[in-house]
Write a protein that binds this ligand. Structure first.
Ligand code: FUB
Ligand code: ZN
Length: 665
């Protein structure tokens, strides 16, 4: 199995496929992903006709295409997730679904590599019409990523060729790539760099670089977007006409697409969204990539774009790219991120608000946005070896990401507010179904985020129970096995057997949230710098900047590392500039953010409850099977309030919920 090692990355990835996750917390979730979520998602893709759209085009079935123009991407992302799941699972059923899907794709893909069912079905003569609004390149990007994943897991070259054909088509059709051809929804850039890393064909890297370099350089963007809007709505009307001539009234009713988008939001949001459309900010097309030093616009688009720029940096070593990325990452963390690690505070725009504009109720925080942020931080970590990136990955995994999927894996949150009045619940599917399969692919490759290697140094980024054997060039092996009590207990035990004659360096990440870490190496206490809080204040109250890597040198042979990373409870305050959080606190413990659900606190006024200055916090391990920890806090009225981890809210039907709670000092 190949690992990525790009010329300018500081660290080398340890490929997820050689890592077995043994951790109770995450293993259970990976099991749910494999046995329930992925199959549920397939059924929903069938039910919503997403798969049939390909069958109609390949001639396997007769029928009329349904769904938004980008639905192909949902099933491509599904097959990527399923392929990743198959790396350590023998599921005949899943393997068959995946094989059949790629056969269907082979039949639907045109000889020159084109595949985008919206155009193929409704406008067979038209291609590449509206780069900013329609999602041809985004959809092709997800297909390419899926073929890369399948190839890495199975070695199947025929499937990889599907992706290569699509990439070659783009190269051929756009030998002279213009700024107006750059996509309104980034994704193809990530896919092309992944394809380059596998095939080593420079043309794919070059194409990704060209697309990125041309972004934000379009003259008269407003005119272009008005033109595209007009064209898209005309095409939409044609589709409706086609539909009416073919479908009966009741079929038409079934095929109606009702948007899942929330209409709620601050005053003037429609105008702000419209202006961002015209200026190009929404699409991050307002300025060239080196000048994108603040996160703006649609947050998933932002995350994918930033990820691809960080990947490009690793290949080219262009420091000006890294500088802009570092600046925008810091800006996001310090001024535009929620305490849960959620990003994108504005509905409708589905994107970033102004600095400190972090309303809890409207909070959009799309699950895909958290995922895109994890992807970005990962590329930054690989590029630089800086601990704060790993710290945010941990924080977002346990909070902003995990909240997106229910315990049983069959219902999802698309947006993730920090406060609701009981009118908000998980859904088994969405008309825009980008999040479920994005969650599944991230869970399937979770092992990737735990370790990396460079020279003769093993970096341990995440404390997720796991084991792996690393083959050294001289045929010797380093084997690593880690047990962890996370996210409930800060105890970690790592056994390392270094089969070579060379001493191994270890870098252990000390998380930002622990104050009294202690570490024994082969029974001997390590010297740990005394904790002193940094001055870096953030809008949300969560700051990753206290995290750092502790270097340790191990002798050859077997070593035992025992870590204690005490998980204290914190009452976090946000920056005063976050208006809606004034006088409130958020409760965190270790890597978890807690929240209060009305279902647990029927006599309290959730989401308007108040607590008195720390009258008492009691930690209780629940009797439930997965032993969740709940925190009981005395409320000002003398009643008891119960808090549960934010990721687990919304699993028991409709309920009001709040993260930030009034606090009387
Ligand atoms: O447009 C495709 C996907 O749908 C985006 O990534 C999501 O945010 C949603 O807008
Ligand atoms: Zn999504």
């Amino acid at each position: 199995m190949e690992s990525n090692s790009s010329p300018h990355s500081k660290l080398k990835e340890v490929h997820f496929s050689i890592i077995s996750i043994t951790d109770k917390f995450w293993k259970t979730r990976q099991e749910t992903n494999r046995t329930s979520a992925i199959l549920h998602q397939w059924n929903q893709l069938e039910k919503s006709q997403t798969i049939n759209n390909f069958r109609y085009l390949s001639g396997e079935k007769e029928g009329f295409r349904t769904g938004y123009f980008y639905t192909d991407s949902d099933s491509h992302k599904w097959v990527e997730a399923a392929s990743l799941i198959l790396h350590n699972t023998h599921s005949k059923q899943l393997a068959k679904l995946v094989e059949d899907y790629f056969i269907l794709i082979l039949k639907t893909q045109e000889d020159d590599g084109y595949i985008f069912t919206y155009n193929q079905f409704h406008f067979p003569e038209q291609r590449w019409m509206n780069f900013q609004i329609e999602h041809e390149l985004y959809t092709l990007g997800h297909l390419i990523e899926a073929t890369c994943a399948y190839y890495l897991v199975t070695g199947n070259k025929a499937v990889l060729e599907i992706g290569e054909k699509a990439a070659n088509l783009i190269s051929n059709d756009f030998s002279n790539f213009k700024a107006k051809n750059t996509p309104g929804h980034p994704e193809i850039e990530i896919a092309l760099i992944k394809l380059f890393r596998i095939t080593k064909k420079k043309c794919y890297l070059k194409l990704a670089e060209t697309i990125l370099e041309k972004r934000g350089k379009m003259k008269f963007f407003a005119l272009q977007i008005i033109k595209e809007n007009f064209s898209q709505s005309k095409r939409g009307k044609t589709v409706e006409k086609q539909r009416k001539t073919v479908l009966t009234d009741s079929q038409l009713d079934n095929a109606k697409i009702m948007s899942d988008l929330s209409k709620e939001g601050p005053l003037g949001l429609s105008i702000r969204t419209y202006l961002q459309f015209l200026s190009g900010k929404y699409f991050q097309q307002n300025t060239p990539i080196r000048k994108l030093t603040k996160p703006v616009g649609h947050s998933v688009r932002w995350g994918y774009l930033a990820t691809s720029i960080a990947m490009l940096y690793q290949e080219t070593g262009d420091e000006s790219l890294l500088n802009a990325l570092e600046e925008s990452w810091n800006h996001m963390v310090c001024k535009r991120m929620y305490v849960t690690g959620g990003i994108g505070s504005l509905p409708l725009l589905e994107g970033f608000g102004k600095d400190y504009e972090l309303n809890n109720k409207y909070a959009y925080n799309e699950t895909c946005a958290a995922i895109s942020s994890i992807f970005w931080s990962w590329e930054m970590l690989i590029a630089t070896g800086q601990a704060h990136y790993a710290d945010l990955i941990e924080w977002q995994l346990y909070n902003a990401f995990l909240v997106g999927i229910s315990k049983d894996g069959t219902s999802y949150f698309y947006r993730n507010p920090l406060e609701t009045r009981g009118n908000f619940e998980r859904k088994s599917w969405y008309k825009t179904a980008c999040c479920p399969s994005n969650i599944s692919r991230t869970l399937a490759k979770l092992g990737q985020y735990i370790y990396s290697i460079n020279d003769f140094t093993l970096w341990i980024h995440q404390y997720i129970g796991s084991s792996f054997n690393y083959d050294l060039e001289d045929g010797k092996i380093i084997s690593v096995s880690m047990k962890s009590g996370f996210p409930w207990k800060g105890s970690v035990k790592i056994i390392i057997e270094n089969g070579s004659e060379k001493k191994l360096d270890i870098k252990l990440r000390i998380p930002s949230w622990t104050r009294k870490a202690s570490i024994l190496v082969n029974g001997k206490e390590e010297n740990i710098p005394k904790y002193c809080e940094l001055d870096e204040s953030t809008a949300s109250g969560y700051s990753p900047y206290d995290s750092y890597y502790l270097p340790i040198k191990l002798d050859t042979g077997k070593s035992k590392i025992e870590m204690s990373l005490p998980m204290e409870t914190f009452l976090k305050k946000s920056d005063k500039k976050v208006k809606c959080n004034r006088g409130k606190i958020a409760l965190t413990r270790g890597p978890l953010v807690y929240c209060f659900e009305s279902i647990d606190n029927v006599d309290s006024n959730i989401p308007d409850s108040t607590i008195k200055s720390c009258t008492g916090i009691t930690e209780l391990i629940s009797d439930s099977e997965d032993k969740e920890l709940t925190l009981k806090i005395d409320e000002s009225s003398g009643k008891i309030l119960k808090a549960i981890p934010y990721y687990s809210w919304g699993n028991r039907g409709k309920s009001a919920m709040q993260v930030w709670i009034n606090y009387e000092e």
